[in-house]
Design a protein around this ligand. Structure first.
Ligand code: ADP
Length: 474
C-alpha cells in the first residue's frame, strides 16, 4: 500500500479532523442532556420535599404524615418521613427502607440544624440509584423531623442511554459518509494529477504533441494549462533549435564552399591573369571575414541564450555613445557617398545601460543602414518624448517588404537570401541587437517602405527615479 498517495493523505487528514470535531461535540451534547435531566429531577424533588415539609409545618393534625403517604402513593412520589428522633414513620414504597428504622445521626443533626439533605441512595434491589432530597420540618422554632422525597434515576439513565446510542449511531453514520465523501473527493483531485503526471512524463520523453484537457477552472486546471503551455514552448524551442542548426550548417557551408573552391582554383593555378587571381583572393578574404563575423555573432547569441552575457550597467550619456558609433561607421557611408544627418536633442537625461553594448547596437544598425542604401542619406535622431528616450536610425535604402518586417529580428532571417550574398550580411545582426536592447529594458521596432527606406527606433523608458538621477548627473 502506497501511504504517500494523495487519497490516503487527504482522506486521513479529513477523517482525523472529522473525529476531532465529532468526539468533543458528542461529549458536549451528552453532558448537556444529562445535566439538563438531572437538574430537572433535582428541582422537582427539592420542590416536592419542601412543599410536603411546609404542609406538615402548617398542620398539627397527627394524621398528616399518613395522608402524605397516601398522596405520595397516588402521585407515584416516593417519600419517607422521619420524626424528631430520626425514626422513619412513613415510607411510600421505597424498597429497603423499613418503617421504624432510623436515619443516620449525621443526617438527623443536619436536619435539626434546619438544613436540607441532598444525597444519592443505592437501593438494595438491583443496585438501583435514587436521588434523595430531605427538608427539615420546623414549626415555631421546634424541630419535628424531615420529609425525604426520593426519585429513581433509572428513567434518566434510560433516556441518556438512548441519547448516547443515537449519538453513536449518527457519529458512525457521519463517519462512513465522511469516508465515502473523502474517497470521492480525493479521487476527483488525484485523478487529474495522475493524468498530468503521465502527460508530463510523456512530454519529458519527447512526445511534445501531448496535451491535457484542463479538468476544471481552478488551480488544478491552471496547472494543466501551464503544462500545455510548457509543451507548446518546448515544441517551439525544439523546432527553432533544429531550424537553427540546419541554418548554421547551411550558413557556414556556403562561405566555406566558396573559400574551398577559390583556394583550389588558386592552388591549381587555374586563373588566367593576375587580375583574376586578385579577384579570387578578394573573394576568399571577404568570405573568411564573413565567416569570422558569423562565428563571433553565433558565439554572442549562444551566450545570450544561456543568459551568460554580462552587462556593465551605469548612467551614461547615450548621445555620446551614439556619436562614437557614428564616428566608427562614418567612413563606410562616405565611401558610398551617403550623407549622414544627425539631430540629437540637447540636455537629454542619462540612461541606465551598458555603453559598450549600446555601441555594438548602434554600429549594427548603422552598418545595416549603410549596407542596404545606395544613395541618399542616413538620418540619426535622438530625443525625449513622454518620459521615453527615443533613438531612430533611418535610411533611404531598399527597404523591407511589409510582410517580412516582423521576421527580421529572427536569427538568420534575411529578406531575400540573395541579399546577404550581395551585401555580405549574416542574418544574425538584428537578432543580437534586439536581444541586447531588451536585456537593457529597452524596445526596438522597425518601420519600412519598400524601395524608399527603413527606420529603426529604439526606446528606453526613463523611470521617475532614473530621470531624476539622470538629470542630476546630466
Ligand atoms: P544581415 O547581417 O543579413 O544584415 P541582420 O539581422 O542585420 O542580418 O538583418 C536581417 C535582414 O533584414 C537583412 O538580411 C536585410 O534583408 C534586412 N535589413 C536589415 N536592416 C535593413 C535596412 N536598413 N534596410 C533594408 N533591409 C534591412
Amino acid at each position: 500500500m502506497n501511504w504517500n498517495r494523495i487519497v490516503i493523505k487527504l482522506g486521513g487528514a479529513i477523517i482525523l479532523l472529522f473525529l476531532m470535531v465529532l468526539f468533543p461535540l458528542g461529549f458536549v451534547i451528552e453532558r448537556a442532556f444529562s445535566q439538563f435531566y438531572y437538574q430537572e429531577l433535582q428541582t422537582e424533588i427539592e420542590e416536592q420535599s419542601s412543599h410536603f415539609a411546609k404542609m406538615m409545618e402548617a398542620s398539627d393534625n397527627p394524621q398528616i404524615p399518613y395522608m402524605l403517604e397516601i398522596m405520595g402513593e397516588f402521585s407515584k412520589t416516593a417519600l419517607y418521613i422521619v420524626n424528631a428522633h430520626g425514626k422513619i414513620i412513613v415510607n411510600s414504597g421505597i424498597p429497603g427502607l423499613k418503617v421504624g428504622s432510623s436515619i443516620s445521626n449525621d443526617e438527623l443533626h443536619t436536619l435539626s440544624q434546619g438544613e436540607s439533605i441532598d444525597k444519592e441512595y443505592i437501593g438494595s434491589v438491583n443496585n438501583q440509584r435514587f436521588r434523595v432530597f430531605g427538608t427539615p420540618i420546623i414549626s415555631q422554632k421546634q424541630f419535628y423531623g424531615g420529609v425525604f422525597v426520593v426519585s429513581s434515576v433509572k428513567a434518566i439513565d434510560k433516556s441518556l442511554g438512548k441519547i448516547r446510542s443515537t449519538l453513536w449511531l449518527s457519529g458512525i453514520g457521519a463517519f462512513f459518509l465522511a469516508v465515502a465523501f473523502t474517497y470521492l473527493l480525493s479521487k476527483k483531485l488525484s485523478g487529474p494529477l495522475i493524468q498530468m503526471e503521465q502527460a508530463t512524463r510523456k512530454i519529458a520523453k519527447g512526445d511534445l504533441e501531448t496535451r491535457i484537457s484542463p479538468p476544471s477552472k481552478d488551480e488544478i486546471g491552471s496547472l494543466a494549462q501551464a503544462i500545455n503551455d510548457l509543451a507548446v514552448d518546448l515544441q517551439k524551442y525544439h523546432q527553432s533549435r533544429s531550424e537553427f542548426f540546419s541554418n548554421i550548417s547551411h550558413e557556414l557551408r556556403t562561405p566555406m564552399t566558396s573559400i574551398e573552391g577559390y583556394a583550389k582554383v588558386l592552388k591549381e593555378k587555374l586563373y588566367e591573369s593576375e587580375g583574376e587571381k586578385e579577384h579570387y583572393l578578394n573573394i576568399i578574404h571577404e568570405e573568411a571575414t564573413r565567416l569570422t563575423k558569423m562565428i563571433g555573432e553565433l558565439f554572442d547569441l549562444a551566450k545570450m541564450g544561456e543568459g551568460k552575457i554580462g552587462f556593465h550597467f551605469e548612467w551614461i550619456d547615450l548621445s555620446e555613445v551614439l556619436d562614437s558609433a557614428i564616428q566608427k561607421t562614418k567612413w563606410r557611408a562616405q565611401k558610398k557617398k551617403l550623407a549622414i544627418e544627425k539631430n540629437i536633442e540637447s540636455d537629454l537625461p542619462f540612461v541606465y545601460c551598458d555603453g559598450d553594448r549600446m555601441v555594438q547596437v548602434f554600429i549594427n544598425l548603422l552598418d545595416n543602414a549603410i549596407r542596404y542604401t545606395e544613395q541618399g542619406q542616413i538620418s540619426i535622431r535622438m530625443w525625449k518624448e513622454k518620459g521615453i528616450i527615443k533613438i531612430s536610425i533611418e535610411d533611404t535604402g531598399i527597404g523591407i517588404p511589409n510582410k517580412e518586417l516582423s521576421f527580421i529580428f529572427e536569427r538568420f532571417y534575411r529578406v531575400e537570401k540573395s541579399r546577404s550574398r550581395e551585401f555580405g550580411g549574416t542574418g544574425l545582426g538584428l537578432a543580437i541587437v534586439k536581444n541586447l536592447v531588451e536585456q537593457q529594458e529597452g524596445t526596438i521596432q522597425a518601420f519600412s517602405d519598400e524601395g524608399k527606406g527603413t527606420r529603426f527606433e529604439i526606446m528606453f523608458p526613463i523611470s521617475h527615479e532614473m530621470k531624476k538621477e539622470g538629470e542630476k548627473k546630466g
